[in-house]
Design a protein around this ligand. Sequence first.
Ligand code: SAM
Length: 320
Amino acid sequence: MIAHGGPPLPAGNDPDGLWQVTFSLNEVPPPALLEALEAQALSASIFAAEVDEEDDPVRWRVDLLYKARPVTAALEAELAALLAEHGRRLADTPEVNWLPHQDWLEAVRMVRQPLRVGRFYIHGEDDPLPARPRLVAVQIEAGLAFGSGEHQTTAACLEAFDALLRRRRFPRVLDMGCGSAILAIAAAKADGQCRALAVDNDPLAVRVALDNTKRNHVALRVRTLVGDGYLDQAVRRAGPFDLIFANILADPLIAMAADLRRHLAPGGVAVLSGLLDRQAAAVLAAHRAQGLREIARVERQPWVALVLRRLRPPPAGPRR
Ligand SMILES: C[S@@+](CC[C@H](N)C(=O)[O-])C[C@H]1O[C@@H](n2cnc3c(N)ncnc32)[C@H](O)[C@@H]1O
């Protein structure tokens, strides 16, 4: 529990302001840590932020908001102890700032829906439905799962998918690292014949994903599964897939390249994201080694989505 107290409000400030504590983590916070942070602050927001170091490209910035002023002298030790309970540590010194009054409920929302990417219209429960009936409406309540559509990596995947759909259909789709299942649901809503499997190793994300499939009336066509990569037999049974989305970080993408190829139908397409521009060459090389070729890429700096196709085996030659 973070201790509060200390001097009263900064002179001349509105008593409706809030105290913000900001710090970074080197590793993605596990769901239990997010819950612990949310339980003891007015709100907790997590952002993926790029940093400069080559081998530590993504850092997780955490913003906590409090009504009462945290005791600055004790803060670092208190946060370190809370993080240690969840196997994480501070990557920098926490900063405390006074934020003057504004509509905080609105300001701390990470999800600024509705938003439009190609044919897709991503919206929340209270947003108006799209005025243009041809748009594919996807209602996403991201909760603690990643995948509100707002992050550049998700938007890049949707943009790539929109372009792919102009040329062909994808009856069997895998959304590996599904988070809110935004990509699997978008696929199912864009094509009434499509069946998708949405997999995540975070049970909390899969719970959110399942709720989202029901909200979008596609629960019968989008199955959700808690699983680590391609390890679960259910992934093999549902494949091979015509399209695999994998919006995960560069290292896991490289590690999963051979599994991805095994589960992708010949001629099938993979949309990979979660990688920074400077990581694209390494991710591409790992997949080229598996017989995939780049057919397109979407750049949303500093992030990139690679669109790869699994080559069809050459036709068998005449028997001699
Ligand atoms: C960047 S989020 C992408 C969410 C969503 N697909 C989107 O595009 O917005 C990556 C997700 O991958 C999941 N993930 C990471 N490693 C995984 C693994 N080995 N197996 C399954 N899911 C994994 C994380 O839990 C997280 O929900």
